[in-house]
Design a protein around this ligand. Structure first.
Ligand code: GDP
Length: 532
């Protein structure tokens, strides 16, 4: 079915889209993502004073600590969307959980981002989780801006860091700023674009903006002595071996501009923010599954990249995070859900800032809208007005951990079922069954065991169902088709299961079983990507 889109001057949509920057930060836990986020907000003028934190552990209370489990473990399970303005630009920062077990959530968030900031610890460089997230970003070929953090502490020499980035990630680094002084004896950075020296100053606990002291080369030489001479030599070397930033390579994720700084001291954050304005792309037309790309000034269309239930404990509700891809979103507007063909009225839409919400009346390509009471929406759904469109499904990672789950309170069978369906639709876990009728014992699958902890906790607190989970022996899941399913059914190396949405999966216990099956049946479809 189609619904007529309200008419709007096209120039407004294009102009609004052009001032959006929608990005995520990818990093290994502890590299400083929370700190950098706070400081970007401070520089962006969204909050007056950074560091208004809760629980004494340095984490901003306004970020996503909706759930007990997050508080207990001090990790961020769910993502938040932070929106702030800088000058004339609207920045949408999609926060991603740092823990490996929630990589799937990150994958979905990156599907909604147009660019990512890769945050590295100056001493540790590319760490395990950085690499994993980098691979996800690379698969999407989105541009990456690198920020080397914690330069106020001892760490790698900057040339060694560039070499490291190039070797480990096969990504061409292009330093835009260059550090003066070694990590731990940090004097500041030279902006290679204009040669200005930004002197490193610490502000009191980094709570206010760093006063930017900018010196000329002559002043810097006098003031910083040997540290300056070394940096000058390095800069000459860099000028000789690197040309300009290759914008084409950058746009496809093959080259990255690099910045150095110290988020905790606010240093380098202003330059990074300027880079986001200048270098991060604004929303672009999106490819669709079976039609032409959706132009920015086409009627409204967007896709759901995350569904979160019970964000607000006082109101049991369900919020679907919608990334706007074309046209103008208006509160109360009707759109069609491409999966069901049914109309959907977005009466309650919110801008979500941490766990606080403000009602939003309109949004443009690049923006993220939280649609409240969205019981019908699932991750991957496209909503459109005017010409039909369907955006490609969001990839999800092949699960590596499996448990069976049993309900300990037989009087709550329906709640148990509803809870499992809800968690599967949100993408908290994959819900599998050997046979929907003959053996309906639910099997949960995920990338990491913490996902099960979240599921158990939520079944208990939100649905009032106590459950027990038992480890299951599988370690790999692959998507297959009807022909493959026949082969899997008769194989001793694999087991066939159905995902809650009907997808057929082959499960394997161990590498050996998977290798063996692949060798015996090279023609059987076994796909690692289980789209949502
Ligand atoms: P996240 O786990 O990536 O969110 O990291 P956090 O922002 O929580 O930071 C982890 C730790 O590193 C905290 O103790 C921060 O105070 C510290 N930290 C963050 N940025 C810097 C920095 O630029 N310099 C130094 N020395 N410490 C930092």
């Amino acid at each position: 079915m189609t619904i007529d889109a309200p008419a709007h001057p096209l120039s407004t949509v294009a102009a609004e889209a052009a001032r959006r920057r929608t990005f995520a930060i990818i990093s290994h836990p502890d590299a400083g993502k929370t700190t950098l986020t706070e400081k970007l907000l401070l520089y962006g003028g969204a909050v007056g004073e950074a560091g208004t934190v809760g629980a004494g552990n340095g984490r901003r209370a306004a970020t996503s600590d909706w759930m007990e489990i997050e508080r207990r473990r001090g990790i961020s399970v769910t993502s938040t969307v932070l929106r702030f303005e800088h000058g004339d630009t609207v920045l949408n920062l999609l926060d991603t959980p740092g823990h490996r077990d929630f990589s799937e959530d990150t994958l979905r968030v990156l599907a909604a981002a147009d660019c990512a900031v890769m945050l590295l610890d100056a001493a540790k460089g590319v760490e395990r989780q950085t690499l994993r997230l980098f691979e996800v970003a690379r698969a999407r070929r989105i541009p990456l801006i690198t920020f080397v953090n914690k330069y106020d502490k001892p760490g790698m020499d900057p040339l060694a860091m560039l070499d490291h980035i190039e070797q480990v990630l096969d990504l061409a680094p292009y330093p835009i700023t260059w550090p003066v002084g070694i990590p731990g004896d940090f004097r500041g950075v030279v902006d290679r674009r204009d040669g200005a020296f930004h002197r490193f100053t610490r502000t009191a606990r980094g709570a206010t903006r760093a006063g930017d002291e900018v010196l000329t080369a002559d002043e810097a030489r006098e003031r910083e002595g040997d540290a300056w001479t070394v940096a000058e030599e390095e800069l000459e070397l860099l000028d000789a071996v690197t040309g300009d930033l290759d914008l084409e390579a950058y746009a496809t994720g093959a080259a990255t501009p690099v910045f150095f700084g110290s988020a905790v001291s606010n240093f380098g954050v202003g330059l990074l923010l300027d880079a986001l304005l200048e270098l991060a792309p604004s929303a672009q037309p999106r490819p669709t599954v079976d039609g032409p790309q959706r132009d920015l000034d086409a009627p409204f269309a967007g896709f759901v990249f995350k569904v979160q239930a019970n964000m607000d404990r006082r109101h049991r509700d369900r919020v679907a995070f919608l990334r706007v891809c074309s046209g103008r979103f208006e509160r109360g507007m009707k759109a069609v859900n491409a999966r069901t063909g049914r109309p959907f009225t977005m009466a309650y839409a919110h801008e979500v800032f941490g766990d606080e919400r403000a009602s939003i009346d309109e949004a443009f390509p690049g923006d993220v809208v939280g649609v409240v009471n969205a019981a019908e929406l699932r991750v991957g759904d496209t909503l459109y007005a005017g010409d039909p469109a369907r955006f490609p499904p969001i990839p999800s990672l092949a699960p590596e951990h499996f448990v069976t789950v049993s309900n300990l309170d037989t009087t709550r069978r329906k709640h148990f079922q509803r809870g499992l369906d809800q968690l599967a639709e949100e993408g908290v876990i994959h819900l599998l069954r050997r046979d929907p009728v003959a053996d309906p014992t639910p099997i949960l699958a995920g990338v990491g065991p913490l996902q099960f902890e979240v599921a158990v906790e939520r079944l208990r607190t939100e649905f009032g169902v106590p459950v027990r989970v038992d480890h299951a022996n599988w370690s790999h899941a692959r998507r297959t088709d009807a022909a493959g399913a026949e082969v899997v059914r008769t194989s001793r190396w694999a087991e066939l299961v159905y995902r809650s949405d009907g997808m057929l999966l082959a499960l394997f216990a161990g590498d050996f079983a998977l290798d063996r099956f692949e060798r015996d049946h090279p023609d059987v479809l076994l796909d690692r990507l289980l789209d949502r």
